[in-house]
Unconditional design. Structure first.
Length: 220
């Protein structure tokens, strides 16, 4: 079950991770470790990093030393608690956590979160993305990124299980105010709406080698 966790140590940092994937972590290290390391080039010590769909904080923790501040957003309660615990154990002070789902203005309020029971990584607001394994729900708050009035953003990661379009729709003022920072985003279904919106905002989209469901959006 996703509410059973263990502590994994790496690079003098502590990660509270789902017990379900313990064997993988012990044999291979963190999920997407090489991708996380690759993302360090897009962070800057004088710019903020946004981790949208932070899970238990692998990106937030690993990239915290490369950014001015990190703002992490994770809607699922048990996973969010593990994120906070990981930060406390690692002694990280520049990561600010938010137990909320980001979305569009029409989604703002309260919504059902369809919970992935094993490791929480597939939990979603989108019923059409919910699998047969998501046998429970919980209530989560939803807000737009624009409502947070964040600025000075250098890099954004979005992993929201099908809600990426809505998140970007609710973040357009934030993106403009930070001169359209680079975005790493997941697109498991080749959702053309996401790509079209990013093109309208002036982004170019690049495939990420070795990760067929991950894409990089750059302004220049």
């Amino acid at each position: 079950m996703h509410n059973n966790f263990f502590i994994y140590e790496s690079d003098k940092l502590s990660y509270i991770l789902p017990e379900y994937n313990k064997q993988y972590y012990l044999q291979n290290g963190l999920f997407e470790k090489d991708l996380i390391d690759w993302c360090k080039q897009f962070c800057s010590p004088d710019k903020n990093f946004l981790d949208i769909g932070a899970h238990t904080g692998t990106y937030s923790i690993a990239l915290s030393s490369s950014a001015l501040s990190v703002y992490s957003f994770e809607p699922q309660r048990a996973i969010y608690n593990a994120l906070c615990g990981s930060l406390a154990l690692s002694g990280i002070k520049n990561v600010f956590t938010n137990n909320i789902a980001l979305g569009s203005s029409t989604q703002s309020g309260k919504a059902l979160l369809y919970v992935e029971p094993n490791d929480g990584g597939g939990s979603t607001l989108m019923i059409d993305h919910a699998s047969n394994f998501m046998y429970k729900t919980e209530i989560t708050k939803v807000a737009t990124l624009d409502s947070y009035n964040l600025n000075n953003i250098g890099f954004i990661k979005i992993d929201a299980e099908g809600n990426e379009y809505n998140i970007i729709s609710g973040a357009q003022e934030t993106l403009q105010n930070s001169s359209f920072p680079t975005i790493l985003f997941e697109n498991n279904t080749n959702n053309n709406d996401v790509n079209t919106l990013l093109y309208i905002l002036g982004y170019k989209i690049h495939e990420v080698n070795g990760y067929p469901n991950m894409f990089l959006a750059t302004k220049n």
